[in-house]
Design a protein around this ligand. Structure first.
Ligand SMILES: Nc1nc2c(ncn2[C@@H]2O[C@H](COP(=O)(O)OP(=O)(O)OP(=O)(O)O)[C@@H](O)[C@H]2O)c(=O)[nH]1
Ligand SMILES: [Mg+2]
Length: 365
């Protein structure tokens, strides 16, 4: 230690160790964990100490089973919209029947703006083209809905110029952040990437334990802090760990927070700034939305976008009581691309969002 550290750096290290009462574990391997002492400021504690290099052994790829399709999971919404379409045609495309189709889309959580625009389009095209049968109207509706979903790139951001890619994951309590991270880690490790997970959810010890289980399960490395530690310091340590392990990807988990809790949203902004500062940017700021909350997802997305500049959305629980249309509402009202959909609690229940498959799920093919 004396050979490596002199003067201020040594003093800083000793002070940090005494203050925390915990030593810093600077060496980590995949499937291992690093503990960040509570209240370590997000400055480098001992910049002269470089972690020992980790042998560049490539993790044995895990097989992630093929996920179940979106189509099967949106059956309830499909039934609703299919019967609205049949009624529409049965009623000779009269005004009341178009209104019922609107009601069907609203009931599916498509949202007022998108519903109004989509139905106006379909109605006009049906009139212009003389379309009066169920398949024809469904085809027009399909095109209009896919059109609503065509904005933005679907791929999660990745770093091209060396250094680990950084994904920052946010959302309200229980949205499915940690589970989505676990699924992403499994997928990335299976693709041969070295992954570090940082548990910047320090509200509850159980949160880090939960991420730790995913780390073990997937072969990712875990960085965590004590309960109550500054989440920004954990994010910071995550970058250092990812650099030390020559990782390809760092995924930072955060504590769930209500979008109207000002101080918690400010804290999230700080974590993002510290993370971006240390990593030289964030490649994807992912907002995780619970698909079952319907239109409240829009208010959540607005607040998180204002706080941390969201770049992509993951919509979870589309397998549950979700009606699925919130995907359309999020894209139209916020212009944020939906990149991932969660379709269950299992490791394979995550899909890249595919507008065509999704609309087939809503309407049937
Ligand atoms: N059915 C279903 N359940 C899901 C999905 N994603 C997550 N869950 C479940 O939702 C619950 C909450 O998930 P977490 O990943 O812990 O959510 P979180 O956002 O990390 O929660 P906090 O950290 O407490 O804010 C768990 O029971 C998950 O198994 C999904 O796509 N479908
Ligand atoms: Mg969590």
């Amino acid at each position: 230690m004396e050979a490596l550290l002199e003067g201020p750096a040594l003093v800083a290290l000793i002070a940090a160790v005494l203050a925390s009462g915990v030593g810093l574990a600077l060496r980590g391997r995949r499937g291992s964990r690093r503990d960040v002492p509570p209240d370590v400021p997000p400055e480098p504690v001992a910049p002269d100490v470089s972690p020992e290099p980790v042998a560049p052994d490539v993790p044995a790829p895990q097989v992630v089973p093929e996920p179940a399709g979106v189509a099967g999971r949106l059956a309830r919404t499909r039934t609703l919209l299919t019967s609205a379409l049949a009624d529409l045609v049965g009623a000779g495309l009269d005004d009341a029947a178009w209104e019922r189709l609107e009601e069907g889309l609203l009931a599916a959580d498509v949202g007022v703006q998108a519903t109004t625009a989509v139905v106006a389009d379909v109605r006009r095209l049906a009139r212009e083209q003389g379309v009066r049968d169920v398949d024809g109207v469904r085809g027009l509706l399909r095109t209009a809905l896919v059109g609503e979903l065509s904005a933005g790139t679907r791929a999660l951001g990745r770093r091209a110029d060396g250094g680990p890619t950084v994904w920052f994951v946010t959302g309200v309590n229980g949205a499915g952040k940690t589970t989505t991270i676990g699924k992403l880690a499994a997928r990335e490790v299976a693709d041969g990437r070295r992954v570090v997970l940082a548990a910047a959810d320090t509200f509850r010890a159980a949160a880090a334990e939960q991420l730790g289980i995913w780390a073990e399960r997937t072969g990712a490395e875990l960085v965590r802090g004590e309960e109550g530690a500054d989440p920004a310091s954990v994010a910071y340590a995550g970058v250092d760990a990812a650099l030390a392990s020559a990782a390809d990807l760092l995924i930072v988990d955060t504590a769930g927070r209500l979008q109207n809790r000002r101080e918690l949203m400010d804290e999230l902004g700080k974590v993002a700034r510290v993370l971006a500062g240390r990593a030289g940017g964030i490649d994807e700021t992912l907002l995780v939305l619970d698909g079952t909350v319907g239109q409240n997802g829009i208010a959540q997305a607005e607040a998180f976008h204002a706080a941390v500049d969201v770049s992509g959305v993951a919509i979870t629980k589309l397998d549950g009581s979700s009606r699925g249309g919130v995907v359309v509402a999020v894209q139209r009202q916020l212009g944020l691309p939906v990149k991932l959909v969660g379709l269950g609690e299992g490791v394979a229940d995550l899909q890249a969002f595919d507008p065509d498959a999704y609309v087939d799920g809503l309407l049937g093919d």
